[in-house]
Design a protein around this ligand. Structure first.
Ligand SMILES: Cc1cc2nc3c(=O)[nH]c(=O)nc-3n(C[C@H](O)[C@H](O)[C@H](O)COP(=O)(O)OP(=O)(O)OC[C@H]3O[C@@H](n4cnc5c(N)ncnc54)[C@H](O)[C@@H]3O)c2cc1C
Length: 396
């Protein structure tokens, strides 16, 4: 016999966007459940560098764009959450670095880019006195070096904190054993589980990253299109113990840093640098070997005091999934496309996940979906809980 369960919201996708939203909805009194088809964070979230940007990266030419303004207050927002004083409690999340640095290398143009960027965001960036250089750079570079307000988070601990806060609302879904039934108005009637349960929600929210595309096709949802921007990140396992969090600013006239570096450790405690920026954008068109050669020669030129002879290298091909833009470039802000009781969302950046959730909550309230009505409904008991995805550098 069919059992019908009613709830306020069903979220599909347990990356940072879905997990943050689940926390916000439940904290606001909504009965919300999240369904993940793989491991939590699979795709972009676990592959991200964990930087909570304050926007300087987008102001490198000295111009304040809408991307810069959309993001400028986000480090402060996340810091409040890390202190347990924000809209989501992140006290279990590890902070990898309280600062991110920007290093214009030795050319006049890259120094200029950094300087102009710093003027555009005066309160958010400061020149570092040589005596205060991080250990990795101390007595090694002539400067200048800038300190940004950006912070760097340990993404696995972020995903764990967000999911542990909701112990009985996150489920693994096997699409061979479940399906979404369309209604007559271009929305969704229910989630049907082969176990005999039908779950009806007031709002269905796809936070599926690249996985939104097949779902949209499946339902003939013409409300929006998705774009992928391919990257090929580089991982370097080495023996340098001083962590490094820096945008190396290009001497080309580019809005993207030449290399962005974050430092991580694998489960054996070995240090790994994770390299993005222009290197990863251009690397999308290179073979593994070509990209590793490029990365090795760039790092050797940047850091002549480091010996990479025994370093281990690998790459990770991964697409950014975002709402399609007319020019195919990076969107400036979050994206939400709505059709009846269905929303398809992309945060565009990990940094912007809080803004995405705020906006979804506002839209639900505007539709008079206020929560509380289904507080007593219990979720299906038979579904298992998904694990957290492994980091890309675990395999290195
Ligand atoms: C290499 C890289 C580095 C980045 N670095 C940064 C950074 O430092 N700072 C920053 O702010 N942003 C960064 N970003 C962007 C950021 O990672 C993404 O914007 C963000 O993680 C997207 O989160 P999401 O939850 O929307 O998607 P995802 O993280 O891709 O998660 C989607 C989830 O949905 C699940 N899913 C897919 N289809 C289905 C389905 N049909 N049913 C159920 N579940 C489904 C997937 O398994 C996955 O768990 C980076 C992105 C990349 C690729």
């Amino acid at each position: 016999m069919t059992e019908i369960l009613k709830t306020d919201a069903l979220i599909f996708g347990g990356g940072v966007a879905g997990l943050w939203l689940l926390n916000r909805l439940r904290n606001a009194g909504y009965q919300a459940w999240l369904f993940e088809q793989d491991r939590l964070g699979t795709g972009q979230s676990i592959a991200s560098q964990g930087m909570i940007h304050g926007g300087i990266k987008y102001a490198l030419g000295g111009k304040l764009t809408s991307a810069t303004t959309a993001i400028a207050d986000m480090p402060a927002h996340w810091k409040k959450c890390l202190a347990g004083e924000g809209d989501v409690d992140l006290r279990g999340c590890n902070l990898l670095s309280e600062n991110y640095y920007m290093w214009p290398r030795n050319s006049i143009r890259s120094r200029l880019n950094a300087f102009l960027g710093s003027k555009a965001l005066e309160a958010k960036v400061s020149a570092v006195d040589k005596s205060q250089y991080p250990d990795f750079f101390r007595d090694k570079i002539p400067g200048p070096l800038y300190k940004l307000q950006d912070i760097v988070l340990d993404v696995p601990s972020l995903l764990t904190t967000l999911s542990d806060a909701q112990p009985s609302s996150i489920f693994k879904i096997d699409w061979q054993q479940a399906s979404l039934k369309p209604d007559a108005n271009g929305g969704i009637a229910c989630l049907e589980l082969n176990s005999g349960q039908h779950i009806e929600a007031q709002q269905y929210i796809f936070c599926c990253g690249a996985g939104a595309e097949p779902l949209m096709k499946q339902f003939g949802l013409g409300i929006t299109q998705m774009q992928r921007r391919p990257l090929r990140m580089v991982m370097v396992k080495h023996t340098f113990t001083d962590p490094l969090y820096v945008h190396c600013v290009s001497d080309r006239l580019s809005m993207t840093p030449e290399v962005t570096i974050t430092s991580h450790r694998n489960s054996a405690g070995e240090p790994v640098w994770y390299l993005g920026g222009e290197l990863a954008e251009e690397g999308a068109n290179q073979t593994d070997e070509e990209l590793i050669d490029t990365a090795r020669s760039k790092l050797s030129a940047m850091f002549p005091w480091c010996d990479f002879q025994h370093a281990q290298w690998d790459t990770l091909a991964i697409d950014r999934a975002e709402q399609q833009q007319a020019d195919g470039k990076r969107p400036d802000d979050i994206s939400i496309a709505s059709q009846n009781n269905l929303m398809v969302c992309w945060p565009t950046k990990l940094t912007l996940a809080p803004n995405l959730a705020n906006q979804i909550l506002r839209q639900m309230q505007d539709k008079q979906i206020l929560g509380g009505q289904y507080a007593a409904t219990l979720p299906p008991a038979s579904l298992e809980r998904p694990l957290i995805a492994p980091t890309p550098w675990e395999q290195l």
